[in-house]
Design a protein around this ligand. Structure first.
Ligand SMILES: Nc1ncnc2c1ncn2[C@@H]1O[C@H](COP(=O)(O)OP(=O)(O)OP(=O)(O)O)[C@@H](O)[C@H]1O
Ligand SMILES: [Mg+2]
Length: 351
């Protein structure tokens, strides 16, 4: 079972959009597998898109979070706050089948919804990591692993792939997502502050700091101390590549600069990367490294607005006019021709 987390320590880079597109496409091309999305972001943007977008998806989220217990990630977290160190094995109660809410979704796609209440629960989750018992931190950091195992056991199926959408902040629920996942996908946008955000990811997760003697994150030191796994970098994605030649060049230079930064990490810490596909040789040289780890996704313009507002995965979207909050929005074939093969190529690289 592979567990992918989409995370960057920066907002608005496409974590939720790519979770929606990639998980939907992955489920579509692997009808024999069960695909689970865990939305560990209080904004629940990926859940909103998956459940049908701006109006339908939001209404579904409201209804799921008004059940008792809430049929969302917060319902599960509440169970764990009540029983922090003894697994209640209730994870499967909080899963929904996405196709029951959104007819555009493949039937093998399931979801544990995000919930704004996560934010309110965070301080109690953090509180549960504090000893009391010496391994409190470790046990709390396996809550999401337990949740995924519960779901997997309820399905009784080996072939499961999990995608976790994260909040940009390195909050306690992001830490739980990191401890539960084994592969990290880092989307970034090509602007000036992206390099700093990627450096923050490297420092917070892997203790790779640029200034010797810098303070290490508690997550890093405790993960080592308690021998909890830290996800390995699966790929980094320059998202929203624009088609205009001049800005495309500027975009590429930012992507390449971040690529250089990550390539430097590869040379000193290849153990923090996940070699793929399975059985592939370790890349030798920069261009082989880029072929394995670097991806670009174009900006889909209004096609992405329609796709996310109506919850129609981009690879099921067709050219035409669509109603989006009372207005007609046009999706051109050229926008689809740009992003559809792009998403397919990325998903083909995801095992
Ligand atoms: N490739 C793309 N083409 C067009 N629009 C995109 C693309 N990727 C993301 N977007 C849009 O960019 C905006 C930000 O994306 P998204 O919400 O996925 O970012 P995020 O990293 O999840 O943000 P947050 O940190 O707030 O959770 C959204 O409106 C999304 O639809
Ligand atoms: Mg998001």
């Amino acid at each position: 079972m592979a567990i992918y987390a989409f995370w960057n320590n920066k907002g608005g880079v496409g974590k939720s959009y790519l979770t929606f597109q990639i998980a939907s496409e992955y489920a579509r091309i692997h009808p024999d597998r069960k695909v689970l999305i865990v939305d560990l972001c209080p904004q629940a943007n990926a859940s909103g898109m998956l459940l049908g977008g701006m109006s339908t998806g939001e209404a579904a989220l409201d209804s799921l979070s008004s059940r008792t217990p809430r049929q969302t990630i917060s319902g599960y977290i509440e169970d764990r706050i009540t029983s922090p160190y003894v697994n209640p094995y209730t994870g499967a109660n909080f899963v929904i089948n996405v196709s029951e809410y959104n007819s555009y979704s493949p039937e093998n796609l399931s979801l544990v919804c995000g919930d704004e209440q996560l934010e309110v629960q965070a301080s109690r989750v953090r509180g549960a990591t504090v000893p009391g018992r010496t391994d409190a931190w470790r046990i709390v950091h396996t809550w999401i692993t337990d949740l995924i195992e519960d779901v997997q056991n309820s399905w009784d199926q080996e072939n499961t792939t999990v995608f976790i959408d994260c909040n940009p902040s390195f909050s306690i629920y992001t830490e739980l997502a990191m401890s539960a996942s084994d592969r990290l996908i880092i989307p970034f946008s090509a602007d000036g502050s992206s390099k700093r955000a990627v450096r923050a990811v490297l420092a917070l997760l892997y203790g790779i700091t640029r200034v010797p003697g810098s303070l290490q994150s508690e997550f890093y030191t405790n993960s080592l101390q308690f021998r909890l796994p830290i996800p390995k970098i699966y790929c980094y994605i320059g998202n929203r590549l624009t088609q205009y030649i001049k800005s495309a060049k500027a975009f590429r230079s930012v992507v390449n600069e971040i690529g250089n930064e990550i390539w430097a990490v590869w040379k000193t810490n290849p153990n923090v990367f996940h070699i793929h596909p399975a059985g592939a040789a370790s890349p030798v040289g920069r261009s082989a490294f880029i072929d394995m780890f670097q991806f670009e996704i174009v900006d889909a313009n209004t096609a992405s607005v329609v796709s996310s507002s109506l919850g129609i995965p981009i690879n099921r979207l067709q050219a035409g006019l669509y109603p989006v909050v009372g207005r007609s929005v046009m999706v051109n074939q050229s926008q689809l021709d740009n992003q559809q093969p792009n998403i397919k190529e990325l998903v083909a690289a995801i095992e």
